[in-house]
Design a protein around this ligand. Structure first.
Ligand SMILES: NC(=O)c1ccc[n+]([C@@H]2O[C@H](COP(=O)([O-])OP(=O)(O)OC[C@H]3O[C@@H](n4cnc5c(N)ncnc54)[C@H](O)[C@@H]3O)[C@@H](O)[C@H]2O)c1
Length: 672
């Protein structure tokens, strides 16, 4: 990797050769994108891309861009894609005038490392369409800006497009990113395809477009604590030995379920229709065993229930067939259930209907989309019917934020609860309504860090520091629920290295609350200052969190005061992080549940051992968590209310508006 050349800004002179290994067969590729453009709009898409190109090259580049639009459904400017694999270098290797900007370059390169990214050549990090940039010229230009900027400038990013360096000040973010921001009435899934094809917007998912993705480790930790807390909530136990969780999906994020089930100590049975996806998890060691035969699957379940050994069992087949078979069994073989097919995108490959093989579905999807949609809807109805039968026999089922229940409802399933009071609650809860919502309300969320030395020894040291911090905090006078979470997280961090989840940069995730996050950041900054850790640490988080995300079917599904469809919290979050000294901030439309269904924000911050980094980290992290806890307290969550009361006593200058609850419901009953 030639870093000097990468950041040189010398993009067109000499003009790179058109890469012959573009769309290389060794690398997975994004599907062809939909191009709902008129002839005039196609010309506009090419005109837009040509803005980056000196005019003497327009004849050549216009043809190339037009070909890419026709062939791949998007102008990626493949000529400017480096002809070698990208990866995170160490911070000191990066040619840049300021360390903060260098840390952003490091994170960008990590997000495009083929070991980390889903479709690296199409600049997609994860989630099928989570773009880091829209095209390779933007990538080159952005790296150049970052390498020449100083600590009194800010780089402004519009959906992958580097708008430019603007004078600011030392404590301002070095980069401000927006992805997919739309005027609200235009934020529809249909219009997204059009504006992405025009090259004027992109889907940043959550961490792709803010360069904070660290591989599947984040989702493994999140899924593990979800399963453990589901056990506590539904089965009243911390010990999941011999208990069975049935779910579906061994894909990008859903693949984490196999590993998480074993870490949580239960028997995970996961249906996956796509053999390639299943085998990937098996080879990787996350899926212990698999079969395409339902008799064998049932035998395995019975055996492991007896031996009570944690295991992950893959069923190569359709989840509907597995649920229906479980219904036929006399013995009740399953305690916990969920689903992680990609129901946020049910008719374009996210959900495969029962009765069709994987290949038959792929064909039907392309040849007869209306018929395919009917098959999906019928299959969803069969699936929910089987689940209903088992819930009547004692199964606890929850929606995993993938819009499964929403799509069953849209397909005609009668799953609204009696006396439904809103449009986002079904008979079975979203995991945020029942399992994780209260934990987020206490302020727990995904604190992450990356060791910029790239040295595993630094990561190990940081794990030790984190374990000590959590141990000390858990000895404070804390409510039982908070202490429980500290204990779970201590267990996670003490075993994190053993799980071998590092991909790309030397990174870690650890769910923590407000006090935990700021204490961890201060301890890391001190370790960098004292040379205990060799090089600066970048902290960030994903958007599956208490404050950063407004998403009525997921992160804010348990907001009950009517504000679940408002996005003030996420917008305030990113503004607040920016003005308290984050190194970079981002705000996105889409991510996880789909375009138009969520607004989420994030940040990155370089801990370089300086006094300034300590002040900024403390101020920013306190805000980053308190914002969401306050909102949850205001919306009526008792855990958030209690957390804010405690936090106000600890933090000088914090005075929040706490709600009064209605003392007597009868007052309301007689009003209208
Ligand atoms: N709440 C969360 O924290 C959270 C976390 C992860 C994922 N999700 C959601 O879960 C969904 C899955 O995410 P992903 O990244 O794993 O997507 P993915 O598309 O990579 O994986 C989904 C898998 O389900 C399989 N599948 C589809 N229909 C099936 C069927 N009928 N039977 C068996 N297998 C079937 C697909 O082959 C695919 O491998 C998304 O909607 C995502 O937004 C939510």
């Amino acid at each position: 990797m030639d870093l000097h050349q990468l950041v040189s800004g010398n993009i067109f002179n000499p003009l790179p050769e058109y890469p012959t290994d573009q769309r290389s067969v060794n690398v997975p590729h994004a599907p062809k994108r939909n191009v709902p453009l008129t002839l005039e709009e196609k010309k506009l898409a090419v005109r837009n891309a040509l803005r980056y190109v000196p005019s003497h090259l327009h004849g050549l580049m216009a043809k190339e861009f037009a070909n890419e639009l026709e062939e791949y459904g998007h102008i990626y400017a493949f000529r400017f894609m480096p002809n070698y694999d990208l990866m995170a270098p160490t911070l000191s290797e990066i040619p840049a005038k300021c360390g903060q900007a260098a840390s952003i370059i490091l994170m960008i390169l990590n997000n495009l490392d083929p070991n980390v990214a889903q479709f690296p050549q199409e600049l997609v990090t994860y989630g099928g369409n989570g773009q880091v940039f829209s095209n390779w010229i933007q990538f080159r230009l952005t790296l150049h800006y970052l390498s020449i900027m100083d600590e009194e400038q800010t780089l402004v990013m519009y959906s992958g497009h580097p708008s430019g360096l603007f004078p600011s000040h030392r404590d301002a973010p070095r980069m401000v990113i927006t992805n997919g921001m739309m005027v609200p009435n235009y934020s529809t899934k249909e219009l997204y395809d059009k504006y992405f094809a025009l090259g004027v917007t992109q889907y940043g998912q959550m961490t792709a477009g803010s360069y904070c993705y660290i591989g599947p480790q984040g989702i493994v930790h999140g899924t593990t604590i979800t399963v453990m807390n589901a056990g506590r909530k539904y089965l009243g136990t911390d010990n999941l030995a011999g208990k069975v969780l049935v779910t579906s999906g061994l894909g990008g994020m859903s693949g984490a379920q196999a590993k998480a089930a074993v870490i949580a100590g239960c028997i995970g049975v996961i249906a996956e229709i796509n053999e390639t996806a299943l085998m990937k998890r098996h080879k990787q060691g996350w899926l212990d065993l698999y079969s395409d035969n339902l008799d064998s699957i049932i035998e395995h379940i019975k055996d492991y229930r007896k031996s009570k050994k944690p295991v992950s069992i893959g069923y190569l087949g359709n989840i509907v067939d597995l649920w229906e078979r479980l219904c036929e069994e006399k013995e009740m073989l399953v305690e916990l259930g969920s689903d992680q097919t990609s129901c946020h995108n049910p008719y374009n490959g996210g959900y495969y209907p029962a009765g069709l093989s994987f290949e038959e579905s792929e064909k039907l999807m392309a040849s007869n989309p209306e018929e395919f949609q009917r098959c999906v809807q019928k299959s969803l109805l069969r699936q929910i019917k089987a689940i209903e039968k088992l819930t009547a026999r004692g199964l606890y089922f929850w929606d995993y934020g993938n819009a499964f229940l929403l799509e069953c409802h849209r397909a005609g399933a009668d799953i609204l609860p009696e006396g439904a009071t809103d449009t986002k609650s079904f008979k079975y809860p979203s995991y945020f309504q029942h399992i994780m919502g209260d934990i987020f309300s206490m302020g727990f969320g995904p604190f992450r860090w990356v060791c910029t030395s790239g040295d595993p020894a630094d990561l190990r040291k940081s794990d030790e520091i984190a374990a000590n911090v959590i141990k000390e905090l858990s000895q404070l006078d804390l409510p039982q629920g908070v202490r429980q979470q500290y204990e779970d997280n201590r267990h996670w961090i003490e075993n994190a290295e053993k799980h071998e989840l590092v991909v790309g940069s030397q990174a870690r995730i650890l769910y923590s609350d407000q006090q935990g996050r700021s204490t961890l950041a201060l301890a890391f900054n001190k370790a960098v200052k004292d040379g205990v850790i060799k090089a600066p640490i970048v902290i960030s988080r994903d958007h599956h969190d208490v404050s950063g995300t407004d998403s009525p079917y997921r992160e804010t599904a348990n907001i009950t005061d009517g504000s679940a469809y408002c996005a003030d919290m996420a917008v305030q979050n990113v503004i607040g992080d920016a003005l308290r000294g984050a190194t970079w901030v981002s705000i996105h439309n889409g991510g996880g549940v789909g375009w138009g269904d969520v607004i989420n924000g994030g940040f990155g911050m370089l801990l370089d051992g300086s006094e300034s980094a300590s002040h900024r980290a403390e101020a920013m992290l306190n805000w980053d968590v308190a914002n969401g806890v306050t909102r949850r307290s205001w919306s009526g969550n008792e855990y958030a209310y209690e957390a804010m009361k405690r936090t106000q006593q600890r933090i000088k200058g914090l005075h929040v508006t706490l709600p009064n609850s209605v003392a007597d419901e009868k007052i309301l009953d007689t009003l209208f």
